[in-house]
Design a protein around this ligand. Structure first.
Ligand code: NCD
Length: 334
């Protein structure tokens, strides 16, 4: 594998290799000295055309922990705001000797265009492209960190394995993904990766926030959160942010009122009590506290939301390592 653009490109073996490599990386992160020399002399560019807190900082931390040089490039304050094209930006980065480009872009497909346009070189000279979120399309490292977090909590615990589930997939794990699926690249990336790893996924959303064609996705759907929680007893509940900035026409075009949304689709203490005691509560952040998730749910003992952020560093270290340092021990991701 030369790039990480979509979870749909990952086979089960490749996905498990990324998760296992992330487990090795995570083990190094509890040491006093967290830095590894692996990517010394390599240059990673963070190219962000859309706002981000967690993902940008996480990629930057991951690259630095592997001793790479990191260049942060955000569209605001760069020549992009003077109208420079993606092509000219890419040619500039290539000329500067970037080895990997981490890209977040508002346009679905922009990372794919960067990877296969030739603007970043080709063949042995190619620059690895990592998709850090493109439009409403894909966010593969988020899905990988979510899978890593689920494996750690659910496979290790359910099977009693002492090793955080290393080597395992997510066979039989039941996941509910709830909320603004329509605008969510996190949901799209997760549905495909979780299915590849053998989990059972149900999407729960109002009909207006489910995309056309969702029936072809490898999951089930429901409009009724209470019913899904009671019937499926999910091991993990992943709440999605209501993405008001992507709602042309305003949130009012998608649901009657915030209060109504919260009443039908918000995770609160009452709904939390419907879950099995081992269930985990997830959210990719940033959260709208009081809208899709209450403070009690976000801060509950079963919430792994802060741990997701920490796991993001290990997963991004693994992705950079596998793409830039060559083959894994097993040689299945290269
Ligand atoms: C997500 C994103 O940007 O797609 N956030 C993230 O990467 N942590 C989800 C969101 O913005 O709601």
């Amino acid at each position: 594998m030369k790039h990480l653009l979509s979870t749909q490109d990952l086979s089960k073996d490749e996905a498990v290799t990324v998760l296992d490599t992330a487990a090795q990386m995570a083990a190094t992160q509890s040491r006093e000295i967290k830095k590894l020399p692996t990517l010394r002399g390599r240059t990673v560019v963070n190219l962000f055309f859309e706002d981000s807190t967690r993902t940008r900082i996480s990629f930057e931390t991951a690259a630095k922990r592997l001793s790479a040089d990191v260049i942060n490039f955000s569209a605001k304050g760069s020549s992009v705001s003077k109208g420079e094209s993606l092509k000219d930006t890419a040619l500039t980065l290539h000329a500067m000797g970037a080895d990997a480009v981490v890209v977040r872009h508002w346009a679905s497909g922009a990372p794919h265009q960067l990877a296969y346009s030739g603007w970043l070189g080709g063949g042995d000279d190619h620059v690895a492209v990592l998709n850090a979120g493109d439009g409403t399309h894909q966010h593969p490292t988020q899905a990988l960190l979510d899978a890593f977090t689920m494996r750690r909590h659910l496979v290790g615990r359910v099977g009693g394995a002492p090793d955080d589930g290393v080597g395992s997939d997510l066979a039989g794990v039941k996941v509910a993904i709830v909320g603004d699926v329509l605008h969510s690249r996190v949901a799209r990336s997760n549905v495909h990766l979780l299915r590849t790893l053998g989990a059972d996924v149900e999407l729960v959303a109002p009909p207006t926030l489910l995309p056309v064609g969702v029936e072809t996705w490898p999951c089930t759907t429901s409009y009724d959160l209470d019913e899904t929680l009671a019937r499926r007893q999910p091991d993990a509940v992943m709440m999605l942010r209501v993405q008001r900035e992507r709602m042309s026409g305003g949130a009012g075009a998608f649901f009657p009122s915030p209060l109504e949304y919260t009443r039908r689709y918000g995770l609160d203490a009452r709904r939390l009590a419907m879950l099995p005691s081992h269930s985990i509560v997830m959210h990719p952040g940033p959260m709208n506290r009081g809208l899709e998730i209450s403070a009690e749910a976000a801060d509950s003992p079963g919430s792994v939301i802060v741990e997701q952020v920490a796991n993001g560093v290990a997963v991004r270290m693994a992705a950079l390592y596998l793409l830039l340092a060559g083959t894994s021990a097993e040689g299945s991701v290269q």
